[in-house]
Write a protein that binds this ligand. Structure first.
Ligand code: GLN
Ligand code: ZN
Length: 746
């Protein structure tokens, strides 16, 4: 029995990856120092792998993104980058002025660069990156290292042409262009000594895979020793999959619920290795290794040759829990980040092979999860248990409560507002840092935040906005802020994970029952409201987003956790209402992305996700509930969104006005107000009043005037004041122009 692992986070123990790249980009590091730094990092990674597992990847340390690596290695380089060479071309494709599009990698929070097909094709093998990295591993004597590449099918399935995913026809056509180049890459690597290849094919788990094409591709590659890795879900064409002419096949036995059934039912070919993805590569929790050993025993009745592996790449876990000092010990003990997952693999193998010295340690892992669960809070459990249907409904239907709300709020037509945050400037970050480090007392800090709030209220009044916000100056991150204030969450100090390029984020860990010990936002928002006659919007993060952007707790359904968070948010809504807040926004930017990979699982996900939102937003009828989502792809999910039963939703509209209008036309039941994101906050460009007026006009063709709000498409925290002021002035002007038009009867 062997162990295999992959996806060890490339960030490095000291986040070297980030600093190397950023210093290089800002000109503070030469190319050779960048590469030397990356070699040191790769040394660290290889040695970690080799300490614990038998087989692991070479050529895994991408300088930006593995999909981009393959695009470059096969010469899929759009015309506009042709004048550039080497690293310059690579980083221009990654982050230059007309960089490749970036989009979410499966159901993770990582973003990959989308390969762009453009005709005429000039594909050509450029194996340098893979070659130099594999030979580096070889030189250092890491014989267990096999080059890893994204598989040809996944590469094609995630590629785009002129902004759309390749159609099945295009995939088939381009497969023929890709194949010879891909073969060349493998041949060159083999000539340089590669003993096998770890080929990553997560797209095998998506809906409607092109099975005949997959068969064709892998028959063409049959002369190479390939180990296929699939993950994130089960593969729906199991019997065809195991017939592919490859050496080994990796299956996710954690998220892919039916993979194991398929193995047990159909067996596994004797001439192939089953790479059993048995240790959860996505969760932060330690496994019960006794149970895992039993599972392997079951599998070994059907498969002769088994390698133990994580269920998915370890890339989206923090590297190690070792530096965490502030997590309660009971929780810390049960954590397993990437490095600890490697240790689990080693232990499991030793135990299965009968190594008596690990017996005690392995048995202890079973005891970990016995007895009372972490952060057990009976009143919270009871609250969730006693929920009844009416708890998921507001007292009054929308058509009636909308009348109450408009009396209450008395807003003009095309009301203007913003999404919540205002620029988070250097001095603000310094302020929060000083407070965190104890250099600023709590009363002093609070006073400074109050000053900021007062300024931003005056600022919004001067601009003439209709519904104001308090600016979110006290929040560094919309999920972490709530996680810090809720029970049941742990916050790491070093648990950084890459979100794209050198960008990192730190997800909170839900370990116990979630409940709210005291109000979280009321002080700031009530203070803001006390300064103005205009309505101030209370700002909350929704339960589905808090859940999706955190690590899930052990042994609990997502539905249950979502309801716990929802109840905590509902308590906050109540307290805001009591403090006189009449408009409350509950942000759900991660509502859609939490949807399962397979369509057949969507209705179940949206069922509880919608209910969690409704539970959180069960406000008084006169309270106007807003939600916010930063995207505009509502195709197929509009009915679910409508079910959320908010009064107003703000969405992205500036980049996609045409399609947006179409989507709402196709859903005639739509009766809720929409805050059109008329300007794209992701760009520093200042939108003109005319550009925004044209978005409003497009919307007026699809929706009744009384449903239309005017706002930016997301929070303004990443922008500078110099950009925000003229943009908002223009926005207010565009709304006023629309009011004029209505008055003039057009
Ligand atoms: N209210 C949040 C803000 O303005 C929303 C952020 C988001 O949707 N990602 O920053
Ligand atoms: Zn947003």
């Amino acid at each position: 029995m062997q162990t295999l692992a992959y996806g060890l986070p490339r960030l490095g123990e000291k986040r070297q990856y980030k600093s190397l790249l950023e210093r290089f980009w800002s000109g503070k590091l030469s190319k050779s120092d960048l590469l030397a730094g990356m070699e040191d990092l790769e040394k660290e990674r290889l040695s970690t792998y080799a300490t614990y597992v038998d087989i692991y990847p070479a050529a895994e340390l991408s300088l930006y993104d593995p999909m981009l690596d393959l695009a470059v290695a096969v010469g899929l380089i759009p015309e506009r980058f042709q004048p550039y060479q080497g690293l310059e071309s690579y980083f221009r494709m990654a982050r230059g002025a007309q960089a490749l599009e970036m989009t979410k990698w499966f159901n993770t929070n990582y973003h990959y660069l989308v390969p762009e097909w453009e005709e005429p094709l000039h594909l050509q093998a450029q194996p340098e990156f893979y070659l130099s990295q594999s030979s580096f591993a070889k030189r250092l004597g890491y014989d267990g290292a096999m080059p890893t590449l994204i598989g040809p099918y996944t590469f094609l399935a995630l590629s785009k042409k002129q902004g759309h995913l390749l159609t099945p026809d295009e995939i088939e056509r381009y497969a023929d262009a890709l194949l010879p180049v891909y073969e060349r890459l493998l041949a060159d690597l083999q000539a340089a000594g590669a003993s096998g290849f770890l080929i990553q094919e997560p797209a095998f788990v998506l809906d409607d895979p092109l099975v005949p094409l997959i068969g064709y591709l892998y028959h063409k590659l049959a002369r190479f020793p390939l180990y296929l890795l699939t993950y994130y879900e089960s593969v729906d064409f199991y019997s065809r999959l195991v017939e592919l002419p490859v050496r080994g096949i990796g299956l996710d036995l954690v998220a892919g619920r039916t993979n194991k059934e398929a193995i047990m039912q159909y067996g596994f070919p004797e001439d192939k290795v089953l790479i059993a993805g048995i240790i959860d590569g996505r969760s932060v929790w330690r496994a019960n290794l006794i149970e895992k050993a039993k599972e392997v025993e079951g599998l070994s009745k059907r498969a002769k040759d088994i390698w133990l592996a994580p269920s998915a790449p370890l890339s989206f876990l923090p590297l190690t829990k070792a530096p965490e000092k502030k997590i309660p010990l009971l929780v810390w003990d049960r954590l397993s980040f990437a490095k600890e997952k490697l240790q689990e693999l080693r232990l499991l193998k030793a135990y299965i092979e009968g190594d008596a010295s690990v017996q005690g340690e392995v048995e202890a892992t079973a005891a970990l999860w016995q007895g009372e669960s972490l952060g057990y809070h009976p009143p919270t459990r009871e609250r969730v248990r006693s929920l009844v249907e009416k708890d998921f409904h507001r007292e009054m239907p929308y058509t009636e409560r909308v009348r109450l709300q408009s009396q209450h709020l008395n807003l003009p037509s095309f009301p203007t507002t913003t999404i919540g945050s205002f620029p988070q400037t250097e001095d603000l970050r310094a302020l929060r840092k000083a407070y965190r480090e104890g250099k600023l007392s709590e009363p002093e800090y609070k006073e400074r935040i109050r000053q900021k709030i007062a300024e931003v209220i005056r600022y919004q009044e001067a601009l003439g906005l209709d519904v104001l916000v308090h600016g979110e100056f006290e929040r560094s991150d919309m999920v972490e802020f709530f996680a810090e204030r809720l029970e049941g969450f742990a916050i790491t100090e070093q648990g950084w994970v890459l979100s794209y390029g050198s960008r990192v984020y730190r997800a909170p860990i839900i370990y116990g029952d979630v409940w709210r010990p005291k109000p979280m936002t009321v002080e700031e928002i009530a203070y803001a409201q006390s300064l103005t006659q205009k309505p101030v919007k209370g700002m909350l993060t929704g339960p589905v987003t808090i859940l999706n952007w955190s690590y899930a707790p052990p042994h609990k359904s997502k539905e249950e956790v979502a309801y716990e968070i929802a109840l905590a948010i509902q308590d906050e809504v109540r307290d805001l209402e009591t403090a006189g807040i009449r408009v409350i926004q509950i942000d759900e930017p991660a509502f859609r992305e939490g949807a399962p990979l397979k369509r057949k699982d969507w209705s179940e996900y949206f069922r509880w996700a919608v209910r969690a939102f409704r539970l959180a937003s069960r406000a008084l009828p006169q309270t106007q509930i807003h939600s916010h989502m930063c995207y505009s792809e509502f195709e197929d999910i509009l009915p679910y969104i409508w079910e959320m039963d908010f009064d107003v939703v703000s969405i992205e509209a500036s980049r996609s006005k045409g399609t947006l209008v179409e989507e709402f036309r196709r859903f005639p039941q739509w009766d809720r107000q929409i805050g059109l994101g008329v300007y794209d906050i992701h760009s520093p460009a200042i939108p003109t009043a005319e550009a925004m007026a044209s978005v409003i006009e497009a919307a007026r063709r699809a929706l009744p005037d009384e449903l239309i709000w005017v706002n930016p498409d997301c929070g303004l925290k990443t922008r500078r004041w110099e950009e925000v002021t003229p943009a908002l002035q223009n926005m207010v002007q565009a709304a006023r122009a629309a009011r004029e038009q209505v008055r003039a009867g057009s």
